[in-house]
Design a protein around this ligand. Sequence first.
Ligand code: PRP
Length: 186
Amino acid sequence: MHNLSQDIERVLLSERELGGICDALAAQLAGQYADSGRELVFVAVLKGSFVFAADLLRRIPFPCALEFMKVSSYGAESHSSGFIQVHLDLKRSVEGADVVILEDIIDSGRTLQKLSGLLAGRGAHSVRCCTLLDKPARREVKFEADFVGRCIPDVFVVGYGLDYSERYRNLPYVGVLSPTVYAGKT
Ligand code: PRP
């Protein structure tokens, strides 16, 4: 059997640390939304955020809805912020709702910048972004999330929903992928 953990150079965030991060984010979200009087809609961006969304939402003790979207962002030379392609869209309106987009990681910032603009344009009362991980060193457009679990250095991370070539999403922790796995392939 190929054990995925043998491809991991080091654990960056253990299951315990990830639990603590989700606890802290849930507390921040409660402070912002628990008594808002508006509908709260979480929009989890597939695929990477599925584990984070599942862990975070189980820590939210007040009413909320969960929706999923799948999008790709591209950096187009002719557009400073690129554009976004929607592969799976919402089946409902978010008009008047407080929307929180859930992401596993922010790199260039293009995905969240474009997606938050798209949802704001649909009449949401507010659109905020909550990311488990943030790599500020990789930013290509001006974008900051409202809720950030952990800022990390520019290392190749997998696990807890994050993949390399569709593998490693099922690791229960966030680890740094050994360069031997992707040497000559990226
Ligand atoms: C990753 C991640 C974010 C996006 C962040 O998704 O989940 O959605 O890239 O990058 P950005 O800040 O440079 O826009 P990916 O396209 O790898 O798809 P996946 O979630 O299905 O793995």
